[in-house]
Design a protein around this ligand. Structure first.
Ligand SMILES: [Zn+2]
Length: 109
C-alpha cells in the first residue's frame, strides 16, 4: 500500500497542532524514502501550517503494516509541543522544507 494512502486512513485521528482541527483532509507530500523510513510534509488545510513527520514502517508493505512516528528506539515520540517549536522556528522561513533536510554541502547556492 502506498505510504500516503496508509497515512490518509489515519490522518483523521490527529489534530493540527496549531488550530486543533482534525487532519483528515490535510495535504500530504512525500519528501524522502529510504528503506522503511519516510519523511512526509503535512499541511493543514485550515491554517496552512506545514510540518514534517518522520515515519518508519514495520512489517513490510501491506494493510497490516504498523506505522510509528520516530519509532527508532532512541528518540521519544514527536509531541504537539515539538511541532509547535518547529513551527515557531520556521515562522520567518520561506524556502522549501526539503532544503532543510539536505545535509550541508549538498545545498544549491
Ligand atoms: Zn491547522
Amino acid at each position: 500500500m502506498d505510504i500516503l494512502t496508509l497515512l490518509r486512513q489515519h490522518a483523521g485521528d490527529y489534530r493540527c497542532p496549531v488550530c486543533r482541527r482534525p487532519l483528515a483532509d490535510c495535504r500530504m507530500r512525500q519528501l524522502t524514502h529510504r528503506g522503511s523510513q519516510y519523511t512526509i510534509e503535512v499541511t493543514c488545510r485550515k491554517c496552512t501550517m506545514a510540518f514534517v513527520v518522520a515515519l518508519e514502517v514495520q512489517g513490510g508493505e501491506g494493510a497490516d503494516s504498523a506505522v510509528t512516528a520516530s519509532d527508532t528506539g532512541e528518540l521519544p515520540p514527536i509531541s504537539a509541543d515539538d511541532l509547535l517549536e518547529v513551527h515557531r522556528a520556521l515562522v520567518g522561513y520561506h524556502g522549501p522544507l526539503t532544503a532543510l533536510l539536505e545535509p550541508p554541502g549538498e545545498r544549491e547556492p
